[in-house]
Design a protein around this ligand. Structure first.
Ligand code: PLP
Length: 344
């Protein structure tokens, strides 16, 4: 078992938040090519005051977690998918995105440089990796930049559910749209999250955890939360998740669909009318940060649809959560080859 010279942190109670930790790596695309990149301890980056990311929102990000396994191996999870999604975001915003090879080697490099911050197995904590792609070339007219910066930072994050796997309540927000039908919803574009803050804050002010958005054209179909996909489980074991071009393709959701099918659920990725909310036995939000957040109740047009009357996670979400996290931490055999060891 490799002995890592780890920093001394209270791993189990780390928040999901920024912490000044270690080293970030930065690559610049200029004159038609990516440079070799540099490792930096600086938390700031000097930028041109007319950078397109600042004025016109040429900015996209990714998020993934690195886990330490019981035997000390350091595991990444489906990084290739994050690379492809950043390329998709880049295409949608006319940004040059790192090729998959560069994306993966940048992740490996930053993990290696920050190995002292990789949380120990058994604490439930992980190393969160945040790749960022921004236009750093200057423009005043609205057009794509001639320079892009690809930066990857890491931050150790504690177990998302510190006091155990805990449900949250949602509110169907019919006063706002997350993304237009032919708009930017499928990109992890910075601006989408600025736009979502209103809905989140309003939901919180009313005692709910997050807003659930409907399709922007008809307001009849479920789309997703501000930063997580949605799924429902029917009493007859169907895993139902919305399909729409305006949804961000969650890698957690993709993985859960595969696992659910293996666990005997029938998987349906399709249009989901909002009325179907009443037909689910359980519902969940999914994404890298929390993996699955079980949904206790959803407020829709003044009435609460209650899934978990005792406020405790249900058996379906629990089983799916356990299956996916066991794979991510290397506790279950990885028959899909989703995990990859990073040599540190
Ligand atoms: C990042 C994100 C998700 C979750 O995606 P994962 O790949 O599972 O982390 C879902 N919805 C939105 C809007 C997101 O930004």
């Amino acid at each position: 078992m490799p002995i890592r010279d780890r920093v001394d942190l209270d791993w189990k109670s780390l928040p999901f938040g920024y912490l000044k930790a270690g080293i970030n790596v930065r690559y610049v695309w200029r004159d038609g090519k990516w440079d070799e990149g540099v490792e930096s301890e600086d938390e700031y980056m000097p930028m041109h005051i007319a950078a397109t990311s600042l004025h016109y929102g040429q900015a996209a990000f990714e998020g993934l977690k690195i886990y330490e396994a019981k035997d000390g191996r350091v595991l990444s999870f489906r990084v290739e998918e994050n690379a492809k999604r950043m390329q998709h975001s880049g295409r949608m915003m006319m940004m040059e995105a790192p090729p998959s090879q560069l994306f993966k080697s940048a992740v490996q490099r930053v993990v290696r440089a920050n190995q002292r911050y990789i949380p120990p197995y058994g604490t439930g904590a992980a190393l969160y990796v945040r790749p960022l792609l921004i236009g750093t070339g200057s423009r005043i007219g609205v057009r794509p930049a001639d320079e892009y910066t690809f930066l990857v930072l890491t931050v150790p994050v504690g177990p998302y559910f510190k006091s155990g796997f805990t449900p949250t309540k949602l509110i169907v927000d019919e006063t706002r749209d997350r993304a237009a039908p032919q708009g930017m919803g499928s990109a992890k574009a910075g601006g989408n999250y600025a736009a979502g803050m209103c809905g989140t804050m309003e939901a919180k002010s009313k005692g709910y955890g997050e807003a659930l958005y409907l399709d922007a054209r008809e307001h009849r179909y479920i789309e997703e939360l501000g930063a997580a996909n949605f799924f429902g489980i029917t009493p007859d074991k169907r895993y139902v998740t919305p399909k729409s071009p305006a949804i961000l393709r969650s890698i957690t959701n993709m993985s859960l669909r595969t696992l659910a099918a293996d666990m005997g659920y029938s998987v349906e990725e399709r249009i989901v009318p909002v009325e179907e909310l009443t037909q689910f036995a359980e519902a969940g939000a999914c994404g890298t940060a929390a993996v699955i957040t079980p949904i206790e109740a959803i407020l829709f047009r003044g009435k609460e649809i209650i899934y978990l009357p005792d406020g405790k996670p249900g058996p379906h979400c629990t089983a799916l959560y356990n299956a996916l996290t066991a794979l991510q931490f290397g506790d279950a055999p990885d028959k899909y080859s989703w995990t990859e060891e990073i040599e540190v």
